[in-house]
Design a protein around this ligand. Structure first.
Ligand code: F6R
Length: 618
């Protein structure tokens, strides 16, 4: 979490840094700050609140915006409550060094005590202020330059970090480093200017050349001179790997929608096509995925598949369990990465682990991957962000081509993850012969219809909005589904919780009678997925049970359904498809519903409280 950005070059740094912070606000938004160096003085502006609050401060005095060097930060608090003092950047004791930091320094307390014994005083409660003072102390005691001081200091640090440090006594350079938290460096023409950011979005309109630091690397960025990349552990210089970015400015703007979330919901037909394009030839029954093709024997000889993920990606993994078991007959376990990593799991080289992550930066998922690798498992990644830590840490993988997902609530990531999982399941079913050729072909042809069906489904937006208006003041909601749609019930409840702050729970429909049914009365809206192919009669019985206890029923049914229409208070129809693909459709009304309720309640849809888009801390 936390977004960091910086600039050193010949342009005015302020607009680059402040606009960069706005693009990185998805990473955290409880406080924001900027340091501008005007050639003589470092001007610090920081505040609790959003980047827009920071702008109120910087707009008061032009001085705060002057200079060709700047670093900025948007925070998701870990150590120390969100307030002005704990906001970044942080100065060192002498006032010469300034730092922005994303991550957690786990041994900060020990270091802090040591520094206090040497006369350091601390203004904030942050681990970051400890780190900048440690760098200062090393610089003084070793008599070295900033780059060396940062390198030596970091060898004493336990934790995760992406940092950018500036030293006003050597004002032609910025030093950046990473371990566990991402950092990208944009390289301007002729080494005349450089950009620093947690992802490439802040500098996409300035340069397409970027260096993504690897874990344990440090870069000394010198204006007009270039970049030196070094290993933190031994200070050895290594080659900087400059990559060409594919991202465009248009992709990271709202494009006329009120919120990123709505834009991303509407992008799903295209995102699904982009994800399967080039990977399937529906009429010829061909599925191509280099990461799977090249490692087919690993998949075919696997005793089981273990899926690890968090949040929405975990829900997609649960859909994956149904897909793999049903189509390819491979046993699957789906694990919360945060639990998996700490419970001494039994993993062998005959296990295939699939790690799913939109951001590719989720700390728990990354740690679970490392654990699985250390036990000899083959790890396959499904990520959206190209070049992300998880994409690089896994043995092989497949990208979802959803494009940047900025809204904190995941939408198109979910449907594109399911698309990739479906293709892998079908590919394995083909290779194992667990599905006939005609069955695979039928699935592929049906998959091709999904984007148009999602498009059609999006036209029910007005109907969903009316339903949202009826239930927006509910205090609790239940979401029920069975089989492939049980994970969709979980996902529907998560979407509502995270952006509207209404308490919601998802359950397998038949579990209702084992407890949740006690909650049902006339004030309880129950959202039920009752599509025609998924244990339909059983779900209809569950709906009857809700009805007899006066619960309000909002049902998602297959087009043409008459039975549920008779019982439910509201019915949302989805086009008919294979049962295995229904999650790609049933999830859409739930996304729209959460969106409209949150808007009606006046909540910040794209930046819900306490959340951040990429969770790079445990
Ligand atoms: C929910 C949401 C989170 C993420 C979770 C995992 O809408 O966005 O639950 O799904 O934090 O993130 P990734 O997929 O980036 O690993």
């Amino acid at each position: 979490m936390c977004g960091i950005t910086g600039y050193i070059g010949h342009r005015d740094a302020y607009p680059i840094v402040i606009n960069g912070l706005k693009r990185l606000e998805y990473r955290g938004y409880d406080s924001a700050g900027i340091m501008m160096y005007d050639g003589e003085t470092m001007h610090l502006s920081k505040t609790k609140g959003k980047v827009s609050d920071l702008e109120i401060i910087t707009n008061r005095e032009e001085e705060r915006k002057k200079g060709k060097i700047g670093i900025g930060h948007t925070r998701w608090a870990t150590h120390g409550v969100p307030n002005d003092v704990n906001s970044h950047p942080h100065f060192s004791q002498s006032g010469d060094l300034v730092i922005v930091h994303n991550g957690i320094i786990e041994n900060y307390d020990t270091i802090k005590k040591e520094l206090i014994s040497r006369g350091y005083e601390f203004k904030s409660d942050t681990d970051t202020e400890v780190l900048v003072n440690l760098i200062e102390e090393v610089k003084k005691s070793e008599g070295c330059k900033l780059g060396k001081a940062v390198q030596l200091a970091l060898t004493n640090v336990i934790g995760a970090y992406a940092i950018a440090v500036f030293d006003k006594t050597k004002p032609n350079e910025i030093v950046v480093a990473r371990l566990g938290s991402p950092i990208a460096i944009g390289v301007g023409k002729n080494n005349e200017e450089f950009f620093v950011a947690s992802d490439a979005s802040p500098f996409i309109e300035y340069t397409k050349d970027a260096i993504y630091l690897e874990d344990g690397e440090l870069a000394i960025i010198k204006k007009d001179k270039g970049i030196k990349v070094r290993k933190i552990e031994n200070d050895k210089e290594i080659d900087a790997n400059i990559q060409k970015l594919q991202l465009s400015l248009e992709q990271i703007e709202k494009g006329g929608y009120d919120h990123f979330m709505l834009k991303e919901i509407y992008e799903q037909p295209k995102a699904i096509i982009d994800t399967y394009r080039g990977r399937m030839l529906a009429n010829e029954g061909v599925i191509r995925m280099a990461g799977v093709d090249d490692n087919m024997s690993k998949f075919l000889n696997a005793d089981r598949i273990i899926v690890i993920a968090c949040g929405t990606s975990w829900h997609a993994g649960l859909v994956g369990e149904y897909l793999f078991e049903d189509m390819a007959r491979i046993p699957v376990e789906v694990e919360y990465a945060s639990e998996f990593r700490y419970r001494n799991p039994i993993i062998t080289p005959k296990d295939v682990v699939i790690a799913i992550s939109q951001s590719g930066e989720t700390a728990d998922t990354l740690a679970a991957i490392k654990l699985a690798k250390s036990k000899g498992a083959f790890v396959f990644g499904i990520c959206n962000v190209v070049g992300s830590s998880i994409a690089r840490e896994t043995h092989a993988g497949a990208y979802t081509h959803a494009g940047p997902e900025i809204g904190v609530a995941s939408t198109k990531a979910f449907t594109t993850q399911i698309t990739v999982l479906s293709l892998i399941a079908l590919k394995l079913a083909q290779a194992k012969g667990t599905l006939s050729t005609s069955a695979v072909n039928k699935y592929l042809q049906t998959m091709q219809q999904i984007p148009a069906q999602v498009d059609k489904l999006l036209q029910i937006d007005a109907q969903v909005k009316e339903i949202a208006a009826v239930y927006k003041d509910a205090k609790n909601c239940l979401y029920l589904g069975r089989g492939f749609n049980f994970p969709v019930a979980l996902e529907g409840a998560l979407k509502l919780k995270e952006i509207s702050y209404i308490h919601a729970e998802g359950y397998p429909a038949a579990e209702m009678k084992h407890g949740p049914i006690a909650l049902i009365d006339e004030n309880m809206p129950v959202f039920v997925i009752a599509t025609s192919k998924g244990h339909y009669e059983k779900v209809v019985s569950n709906i009857q049970e809700i009805k007899s206890r006066s619960g309000k029923i909002i049902a998602i049914v297959t087009e043409g359904d008459e039975t549920v229409k008779e019982i439910a208070d509201h019915v949302i129809e989805i086009p008919d498809t294979e049962e295995a693909f229904t999650p790609l459709l049933t999830t859409i009304p739930f996304q729209l519903l959460s969106y409209h309720i949150a808007v009606m309640l006046g909540k910040n849809v794209d930046q819900p409280r306490n959340l951040a888009k990429s969770v790079t801390v445990e």
